[in-house]
Design a protein around this ligand. Sequence first.
Ligand code: AMP
Length: 185
Amino acid sequence: MRLIFLGPPGAGKGTQAKVLANQWQVPHISTGDILREAIQGKTSLGIQAATYVEAGELVPDLLIMAIMRERFGREDVEKGWILDGFPRTLAQANALDQLLQIMRQPYGKVVYFDVSSDVLVKRLLQRGRVDDTQETIGRRLEIYQEQTTPLIDFYQRRHCLKTIDGNLPISQINQKLEALFSALV
Ligand code: AMP
């Protein structure tokens, strides 16, 4: 099972990825979680990434790819994985292709969480994370539009994109994902 979860902040990717990774016993790889942990631990990665994350900006591709090379270097990825919040730019998507090719690990499907913007803002404000202020939410959604939405087309051209209605309640999204992918586990 090798899935990429694509969608705006607040789409519910992380929630679904956690549940499914647990069910399918594959690692849930969230660049956001890795960055937050590094920032909290004040590691060199955390110090370099903090200003970007706090402002709702994207962390530079080079730093993100260093994280992913390290993460894909661990043994547990051989069982499969769910990527959540990565790739977020075309440069990252291309770099991921190269990385997977080297590792002989093709990705299976890309799940696109399609959610209306009013639902997103409501969910993000409810979540109450430190980078979930009115200001950064606006900036993160703007960046998503500019930098991440081109990936929808990028993966659609490869015929590996599955769209999920992210406006549905969490339990229904989970059922849909299970129905779509359980056969592949
Ligand atoms: P997330 O938890 O996925 O919403 O990520 C939180 C923050 O971490 C984002 O707003 C970015 O600042 C940073 N981040 C996470 N993943 C990436 C990525 N793939 N590329 C660049 N920045 C990222």
